[in-house]
Design a protein around this ligand. Structure first.
Ligand code: NAI
Ligand code: MG
Length: 358
């Protein structure tokens, strides 16, 4: 029997990134061990802010080239109080997302059994959506100008970029997902105020939608959508939106679905021309770094997304169920969920629950 092999580039990064990624790696190793039909190899890259302080670089110059040989990238978090955030973000995360054309940012917003929710009297099943955020252009294209800096006539321009190709492909990806999973699709935009970019977005959404008459289609203005995320999240199943709106809405999504310790995200290059990247959406959390108390559930969930990307949906589902077991039993939880357990203890407990499911 031939063993399938997956080469994973691990970038633990800074702060709690290193702590939570260690648990995710253990979960992946355990699963490969139980399954027996596939194996992982993990190569570690020391990039991030600590590396920047030592070498002057967040990532080596040949970083992308070296990463391109892997099947996936597993990332913790980058960022440190003594390094400006735009340096760590632009020189590593954005470089990888753009360089590898990871134009889909996929973020599940699903309230797991046992997870805390700030909304009163909600049915758990009512929070179960996936947000597809455009990840390569839009408001974060980095286009613009800064004129007459410091002068009286100072002017700044921050230009959004919505290409037909970029807009179509993200919307089509969302339609395909909705069709495949037999779900509704909701486009979130702001065509009443953004009279070029979002009118265009809305047109493309309806044009592409003609090819998907079987998928129930809705559109919302982003401000109304933000309100309904809280008041009536059951309205949303597959959501597709722009880079900026998706960034904001997914933090709101994380807040209604258990908090930062549970929020996972995948940066996907659907054509598989380049590796995709899987990461918890939280940062390096300098306030709790080094104490061994960070919640590893988000990073373990992002490992589940990686398995799903490799076509191993049953394993991905099992990880989610194991996390739910830990959440409902409530005996081994980190401080963000009111517990006293360490990052390691929660990782071990998830692995134990996983073994029980097999
Ligand atoms: P953060 O997500 O690191 O922390 C926000 C709050 O949530 C903190 O109180 C933290 O303790 C808590 N928290 C986050 N993850 C947690 C976990 N797994 N378990 C328990 N508590 C958790 O965001 P913040 O403080 O705005 O950023 C810190 C640094 O991280 C900055 O340098 C920022 O640029 C960077 N960052 C990096 C990201 C990435 O690499 N993808 C994403 C967001 C921020
Ligand atoms: Mg964000």
């Amino acid at each position: 029997l031939k063993l399938e092999k997956y080469k994973i580039a691990v970038i633990p990064g800074d702060g709690i990134g290193t702590e939570v990624i260690a648990e995710g790696v253990k979960v992946l190793e355990k699963i490969a061990h139980i399954d027996g039909s596939f194996a992982f190899s993990f190569d570690y890259f020391p990039w991030g802010c600590e590396y920047y302080c030592k070498t002057g670089k967040v990532m080596d110059d040949d970083g992308l080239e070296r990463l391109s040989k892997f099947d996936a990238i597993y990332l913790g978090a980058v960022g440190a109080p003594n390094v400006p955030d735009h340096i760590s973000l632009r020189d590593l995360l954005i470089k990888i997302r753009q360089g590898f054309d990871q134009y889909v940012n996929l973020r599940p917003v699903k309230l797991l059994a046992g997870a805390p929710c700030p909304i009163k009297n909600i049915n758990r099943e009512d929070i179960n959506m996936v947000v597809i955020r455009e990840n390569s252009e839009g408001e974060y294209a980095g286009a613009g100008d800064w004129l007459y800096k410091g002068k009286e006539q100072e002017v700044v321009l921050q230009t959004s970029v919505f290409s037909r190709k970029g807009t179509e492909r993200i919307i089509r990806y969302a339609y395909e997902l909705a069709r495949h999973e037999n779900k509704t699709i909701t486009s979130i935009s702001k065509g009443n105020a953004l009279n070029y970019s979002m009118v265009f977005w809305d047109e493309v959404f309806s044009e592409v939608g003609k090819e998907y008459p079987d998928v129930k289609q809705y559109t919302y203005l982003v401000d109304a959508a933000a309100m309904f995320f809280v008041k009536d999240p059951a309205r949303f199943q597959v959501v597709v939106t722009s880079n900026l709106f998706g960034d904001i809405l997914t933090d709101l999504g994380a807040a209604i679905a258990g908090g930062m310790g549970l929020a996972a995200g995948a940066n996907i290059n659907p054509e598989k021309k380049y590796p995709s990247m899987f990461e918890p959406i939280h940062g390096s959390a300098p306030d709790i770094a080094g104490k061994g108390i960070a919640n590893p559930m988000a990073s373990i969930w992002s490992a589940a997304q990686m398995l799903e990307f490799f076509g191993k949906k049953e394993w991905s589902n099992k990880i989610i169920r194991a996390i739910e077991k830990v959440l409902t039993e409530k005996t081994v939880l980190t401080a963000d969920f009111g517990g006293k357990a360490s990052t390691k203890a929660v990782g071990e407990e998830i692995i134990r629950q996983l073994s029980l499911l097999c």
